[in-house]
Design a protein around this ligand. Structure first.
Ligand code: GLU
Length: 468
C-alpha cells in the first residue's frame, strides 16, 4: 500500500448546502494529496435521489471551485454505479462473505426482541442455512461478519481503535429492492477509484470497522483511515445555526476570500508550530495527516477576520476590484463605465482596515460617487464663507502641486495651513467632506491621490460653486 501513489477523495452527499466541516475535510484531503504528490478526487454520494437535485450537486461544485479545491479527475456519481455495487455483492456471495437473508419482517422483529433481551446483536438464521432451502420470497443480502475476534482500525488521527466483532451486526449490503446500501457503495467506489487514504469526519469512525469487514469480504486491502474531529462553535459546543454562518456560500457572501478560508480551515485541527499565516505552498509542504489533533477544533471569528484582512492586503487590486464591483452591483449601486479602473486605483488606499470585502466595498463608496456630489447637511454646515474662500485658495495650491502623490500633497496641505496661519484641523474636515460627500474616506492626501487630480479638483469646484 505504501508504495502506491496517494489517492484521497471527498465524498459529499448533496444536501443543498456545503458545510464548512465538509470544506475542511476537502482541504485536508487536498493538502495531503498535494503534499504526497498524489491525487485528490471527488465523488458525489447521490444515492438519496430526492435530495440529490442538480442544484444541490451544483452547490458542491461551486463550493469546491470557490475554495480552489477542484478534483484532479472527473467527479464520480455514486448513483450511476449501482450495477458495480451489485456485482461486488455477487462476488461476496460467491466467496461466502455475504448471504441472502429471507427473514420476514415479523421474524426480524422477533429476533430483535430476543437479541435485545440477550444483550447481543441481531443474527439471522440464514447465516448458516443452505441457499438450497431458500423460500421464494424477498430477501436482503447481508455481510457475514466474523463472530469472534476484533477489527482493529489504525486511525491516523485517533490512534488505534478496536471493535469487537461480536458487537457488529451483519449489516445489509443490498436491500430487498436490490439497491445497494451506503457502506457497501462507499467500499466498492473507494476501491475502484483507487483511494488509498480515507480522510473524513469522525462521525464515520464506526463505519470504518464495518467497511474494513466489507473490504476483507471482497479480498481487498482496506485504505488508511483518518477521522477528523468535529468543528465546534466558539463556546465549545457542537456547531449550530446560533453560531452564525455554517455554509461555505455564507462565508463567501460575508466577504471572506478563499485563500483566507483555506488558511483558516487548515488551522482547524492542524497547525505548523506557531505559524498562524501561511501560503498554500507552505501548507502543502508542511501538511501531514498524522499531525491533525484528535480534539474538536473551535471556530474563532476574530482569527478568521484577522486572516482575511491579511489576505485582502495581499490580493491584486484588479481582483479585489471585481469582487467589490460585484458587491456594489448586488446593492444596486449605479456603477459607471470606468468603475473597475476607479476601484482598482482606490483599493490600495482603503484596504488596510477592511476585515471583509463587504467592508472594503463600503470603503470605496466615496470614490464611486458621481459629480456633483450630494453633500449632507453636516458637510454643508462646514462650508462657511470663510472656509470656502480658504478652500478656493487651497485649490490653487493643489492645482500647482508638482506631482499628484501622497508625500507631495501632504507637503502642499501642510505648507498651505502654515501660510494661512491655521492648523490642519481647519482645513481637513471641510476638504474631506467635499471630496467624499460625507462617506468614509482615507486621510486627506490619500483621498486626493485615490480620486486623482482631475476628480479631486472637480469635486472642489463643484462645492465652491454652490450658492450658500
Ligand atoms: N457521504 C458521506 C458524508 O457526506 C461521506 C462518506 C465518506 O467520506 O466516506 O458524510
Amino acid at each position: 500500500m505504501s508504495d502506491r501513489p496517494v489517492v484521497t477523495r471527498i465524498a459529499p452527499s448533496p444536501t443543498g448546502a456545503m458545510h464548512i466541516g465538509t470544506a475542511r475535510t476537502a482541504l485536508f484531503n487536498w493538502l495531503y494529496a498535494r503534499h504526497t504528490g498524489g491525487k485528490f478526487l471527488l465523488r458525489i454520494e447521490d444515492t438519496d435521489r430526492e435530495r440529490s437535485t442538480q442544484d444541490a450537486v451544483q452547490v458542491i461544485f461551486d463550493g469546491l471551485a470557490w475554495l480552489g479545491l477542484e478534483s484532479d479527475e472527473t467527479p464520480v456519481f455514486q448513483a450511476s454505479r449501482a450495477e458495480r455495487h451489485r456485482v461486488a455483492v455477487d462476488e461476496m456471495l460467491a466467496r461466502g462473505s455475504a448471504y441472502r437473508d429471507y427473514m420476514t419482517p415479523d421474524e426480524l422483529e422477533a429476533e430483535r426482541t430476543l437479541a435485545r433481551a440477550e444483550g447481543r446483536v441481531v443474527r439471522s438464521p440464514w447465516r448458516d442455512l443452505s441457499p438450497n432451502d431458500a423460500p421464494d420470497r424477498p430477501f436482503v443480502v447481508r455481510l457475514k461478519c466474523p463472530l469472534e475476534g476484533e477489527t482493529p482500525i489504525d486511525d491516523q488521527v485517533k490512534g488505534p481503535v478496536r471493535f469487537h466483532n461480536k458487537d457488529l451486526d451483519d449489516l445489509i449490503l443490498l436491500r430487498t429492492d436490490g439497491t445497494p446500501t451506503y457502506n457497501l457503495a462507499v467500499v466498492v467506489d473507494d476501491h475502484e477509484m483507487g483511494v488509498t487514504h480515507v480522510i473524513r469526519g469522525d462521525d464515520h469512525l464506526n463505519n470504518a470497522a464495518r467497511q474494513t469487514l466489507i473490504y476483507e469480504g471482497l479480498g481487498w486491502t482496506p485504505p488508511v483511515w483518518a477521522h477528523l474531529p468535529l468543528i465546534h462553535g466558539p463556546d465549545g459546543t457542537k456547531l449550530s445555526k446560533r453560531h452564525g454562518a455554517q455554509a461555505v456560500s455564507e462565508f463567501a457572501d460575508m466577504g471572506y476570500l478563499p485563500e483566507a478560508m483555506r488558511n483558516y480551515l487548515a488551522k482547524l485541527g492542524w497547525g505548523h508550530g506557531d505559524d498562524e499565516i501561511f501560503t498554500d505552498e507552505q501548507a502543502v509542504g508542511w501538511f501531514d495527516i498524522k499531525d491533525v489533533v484528535g480534539a474538536p477544533a473551535r471556530l474563532d471569528w476574530a482569527k478568521l477576520n484577522h486572516l482575511n484582512n491579511h489576505f485582502i492586503r495581499l490580493a491584486e487590486p484588479a481582483r479585489l476590484a471585481k469582487l467589490v464591483a460585484e458587491i456594489h452591483r448586488s446593492r444596486d449601486w449605479p456603477l459607471h463605465d470606468d468603475h473597475l479602473a476607479v476601484l482598482e486605483h482606490v483599493i490600495p488606499f482603503v484596504r488596510d482596515g477592511a476585515k471583509t470585502t463587504l467592508e472594503l466595498a463600503d470603503a470605496t463608496v466615496f470614490a464611486l460617487k458621481r459629480r456633483p456630489l450630494e453633500l449632507p447637511q453636516k458637510a454643508l454646515d462646514l462650508l462657511t464663507e470663510e472656509t470656502r474662500a480658504r478652500l478656493a485658495r487651497l485649490r490653487q495650491a493643489l492645482a500647482a502641486a508638482p506631482v499628484w502623490e501622497v508625500p507631495a500633497l501632504e507637503a502642499v496641505n501642510r505648507e498651505f495651513a502654515e501660510s494661512e496661519g491655521v492648523g490642519l484641523g481647519k482645513i481637513g474636515p471641510p476638504l474631506r467632506a467635499v471630496l467624499s460627500g460625507g462617506s468614509p474616506a482615507p486621510d486627506l492626501a490619500g483621498a486626493l491621490v485615490s480620486l486623482g487630480k482631475h476628480e479631486s479638483l472637480g469635486r472642489l469646484d463643484d462645492a465652491l460653486s454652490l450658492t450658500s
